[in-house]
Design a binder for this molecule. Structure first.
Ligand SMILES: [Zn+2]
Length: 76
């Protein structure tokens, strides 16, 4: 399993934290309450961070780096 460079523990998963802007289509329903429907095409990921599942340290910023890390055997 890959090893976290910060805490030295073997980790099989990363925690992905995303900051995203989402758009909803908003309308009134028959009870005059707002009805919000997520527009899939209008989700814009502003920032993304992959953290160690053990110590929480921010390790990677991209999907590619996370994939490389998880597919590696680590150094120890
Ligand atoms: Zn760690």
């Amino acid at each position: 399993m890959p090893v976290c460079p910060k805490c030295g523990k073997s980790i099989g998963v990363l925690v992905c934290v995303q900051v995203a802007e989402r758009s909803y289509e908003v309308s009134l329903n028959e009870n005059f309450e707002l009805h919000c429907e997520l527009l899939d095409n209008y989700t814009d990921i502003r920032d993304e961070e992959y953290r160690c599942s053990e110590c929480g340290a921010a390790l990677f910023k991209t999907h590619h780096e996370a994939k490389d890390f998880l597919s590696s055997l680590g150094s120890g």
